[in-house]
Design a protein around this ligand. Structure first.
Ligand code: ZN
Length: 706
């Protein structure tokens, strides 16, 4: 007799679950199928899917870990269920937004950022920061080899270009260069000894090169030279060049340098690795914002909270400035008003623009001779001895902030203070790219890594197909491209064509975050898993819902069980198996009303879902709708995100629905513009709303609730 293979379990059997309102429910769910658990709100759907099946699967997985590993994870309580048979490792994909961390983006979530970094390190073309000419990318070993090809006894210097730091004086930069062990800098070719006097100001187009080391090429110098080249690359942010001092005539040395590096400067990039493009690496991150892409700045509107008051009467936000005739700042402001001919008693809004700017941004280097305010109770003559340099109220706060950032020691008190007097803007240094400007010199088909991240997925896909990697790393480049392509196709397939890789995770809706996680799960290609999802249709336009259902099916076709908690008719109709809980909410629910295929549900008289689907019951469209009253809100010129300068009128006193395809700008219009502007006008004037020209009709409202 032929021996039969042992039969595998084909179902997940839940026996006697009493979690929350579930009434000792026992149910069998087929494995490797697309299963929908439905029912009225509060009927116990989530209690069955998440709090029983997922929780028990998770608990048993944890149980299987060693005692040592268990010390590092929170223990999960055993759900109130007799037994669950046939469980697989379970993964839940919920609606919650994943990370509020500003360093998390769609790119890092999907791992595509790492592949983009790798792609740029492999096949990007580099160009010169001064002239835009192409610069070769080599390894430090290659660089040492070509230096060793110089004639013996040639004397040369290793130079590393250095770049000015945004918002800092030259002194700061030169100090940093000295800390790296260089004491000489060439400014436009002119030697400056850093231990002596250094220039106070630099033009933005001046070329700065640090002299890193000086060599004479003799036998046995290789090891030392290699270390020096590596150090030069560190000083020059992966860029370096040579200067031939003696031992070669001018023509030969120029010819040599042209072959060594770029045409004009003989610059060469060395040891470019993927981390060079990673904004979460401190060496590559923008120095102003530290790789967050946003930076705090002062905002005149926020600092002057009472423009109808004068400076003396307290027009400023109290934390920013309040006039006291007896402190030094009081002397300064009194003397400023005296010198420039305005009064501290004039309401702020009546001061001229020039006078306001003087108070806000200072005298721009012009020194101020201090005077004692007549109302000072305890005049301090010693403060008058030196003229004062006034940076303005906003200027002082910003300088304070930069100093705080550079010190690098976070303090919550300081953060709170800064939050009150400053607002977050796109970082002015990196323009939101999060990376140092030298990273933008690497381009593929004319686009930097930031440009690629800004492209919406439906633009990025055709762009990627135009990339034809050639050269020594062409083959490697093709493989990386294929990996990016694979992940991008999954994101497109799930209806996220309007997102881009630079979007921060915090700005994603719960549904978008869920779909991204879903796409990474499919990308992982695991089989034999049990996935539990929470209403994936929420927030989806019907056209995208079809894509979502297809994605869930492909997850099943990989060999997984997919359990979805869902109300959506189309999803329910697409399921292989349906479990309906009910019949009512809360204590009236908690029982299995119907289970089986769609036909079983339709035939079941007790099933509300079946009754509605089969048309036995329906929700009528109301015959009469409420008349609009005359009042309305009008948003004009809305242009935040992808909104194209639109005007929208919203009638008041009605139940209004804003509809449109996913990513069409519904949330931007309602949350970013309408809600935030109402909040600003009705509650807190310090908030900033999305870009629009005006919002009329707020006089009809007294409150806004989110
Ligand atoms: Zn920045």
């Amino acid at each position: 007799m032929q021996e039969e293979a042992p039969a595998y379990r084909t179902t997940i059997a839940v026996q006697g679950t009493r979690v929350h309102n579930l009434k000792d429910v026992s149910v069998e769910i087929p494995r490797d199928k697309f299963v929908v658990i439905t029912g009225l709100s509060g009927s116990g759907k989530s209690s069955l899917a998440f709090d029983t099946i997922y929780a028990e699967g998770q608990r048993r997985y944890m149980e299987s870990l060693s005692t040592y590993a268990k010390r590092f994870i929170a223990q999960v309580e055993k759900p109130d269920v007799d037994f669950v048979y046939g469980l697989s490792p379970v993964i839940s994909i919920e609606q919650k937004t994943i990370a509020r961390n500003p360093r998390s983006t769609v790119g890092t979530l999907t791992d595509v950022s790492s592949y983009l970094n790798l792609l740029f390190a492999t096949i990007a073309d580099a160009s010169c920061p001064y002239t835009g000419e192409p610069i070769p990318v080599k390894t430090s070993g290659n660089i040492v080899e070509s230096i060793l090809a110089l004639p013996f006894d040639t004397e040369f210097e290793l130079l590393a270009p250095i770049f000015q730091v945004y918002g800092e004086e030259p002194k700061f930069l030169f100090n940093e260069v000295r800390k790296l062990g260089c004491r000489t800098v060439l400014i436009d070719g002119e030697r400056v000894d850093l231990t002596q006097e250094v220039p106070q100001a630099l033009g933005s187009d001046q070329e700065l090169m640090a002299v890193v080391d000086r060599f004479t090429l003799v036998a046995g110098v290789e090891k030392q030279l290699k270390a020096a080249v590596e150090h030069a690359l560190r000083v020059g942010d992966s860029l370096m060049t040579l200067r031939i001092v003696s031992g070669m005539n001018k023509r030969d040395s120029q010819k040599y340098l042209r072959e060594f590096g770029s045409k004009t400067h003989g610059l060469v990039y060395g040891d470019i690795v993927p981390d060079f493009f990673m904004f979460n690496n401190p060496e590559s991150a923008c120095r102003t914002c530290g790789g967050v892409g946003r930076d705090k700045q002062t905002h005149p509107e926020l600092l002057v909270t009472n423009p109808e008051r004068s400076i003396r009467a307290g027009c400023f936000l109290r934390d920013a400035y309040s006039y006291k005739p007896d402190n030094h700042a009081g002397y300064v402001l009194y003397s400023l008003a005296d010198k420039y001919g305005f009064s501290l008693d004039t309401p702020w809004s009546d001061l001229s623009k020039e006078q306001q700017d003087l108070v806000m941004y200072g005298t721009k280097g012009e020194l101020l001779q201090l005077k004692i305010p007549p109302e000072a109770k305890d005049p301090k003559e010693r403060w008058l001895r030196w003229p004062s340099n006034f940076q303005g109220i906003a200027g002082q706060i910003e300088q304070h902030y930069r100093w705080y950032r550079q010190r690098g020691v976070p303090s919550s008190g300081m953060e709170d203070y800064l939050d009150r007097v400053m607002v977050e803007y796109q970082c002015a240094d990196c323009k939101g790219s999060r990376l140092r400007s030298t990273r933008m010199l690497f381009r593929i088909n004319g686009c930097s890594i930031y440009d690629l991240g800004q492209m919406n997925f439906d633009e990025l896909a055709p762009f990627l197909s135009t990339i034809k990697p050639t050269g020594p790393h062409g083959q490697a480049g093709l493989q990386v491209l294929a990996e990016i392509r694979k992940r991008l196709d999954l994101l497109l397939g799930i209806g996220l064509d309007y997102l881009n890789f630079n979007r921060t995770s915090g700005s994603l809706s719960g549904g978008e975050a869920q779909r991204i996680r879903l796409s990474t799960q499919i990308g992982s290609g695991l089989m034999g898993m049990l996935y539990v999802l929470d209403e994936p249709s929420i927030g989806l336009h019907p056209k995208d819902n079809v894509k979502m259902i297809n994605t869930l099916r492909s997850l099943r076709d990989l060999g997984n069980t997919v359990i979805v908690v869902e109300h959506d008719e189309e999803t329910i109709r697409s399921a292989d198996h349906i479990v309906e809980l009910g019949p009512g909410p809360g204590i009236h629910g908690g029982e299995v009303v119907a289970t089986g295929s769609l036909k079983n549900i339709l035939d079941c008289r007790r099933s509300p879902t079946g009754q509605y689907f089969s048309g036995a019951k329906r929700i009528d469209t109301p015959e009469s709708r409420r008349e609009a009253n005359e009042k309305s809100l009008t948003i004009r010129g809305a242009s935040e995100n992808n909104l194209k300068n639109i005007d929208v009128e919203i009638p008041l006193g009605l139940f209004v629905c804003v509809s449109g395809a996913s990513g069409s700008g519904k949330s931007t219009l309602v949350n970013e513009i309408l809600y935030k502007e109402l909040w600003k006008q009705l509650v807190d004037t310090r908030s900033l709303s999305g870009s629009h020209e005006s919002l009329d009709g707020t006089e009809h409202l007294t409150r806004v609730i989110n």
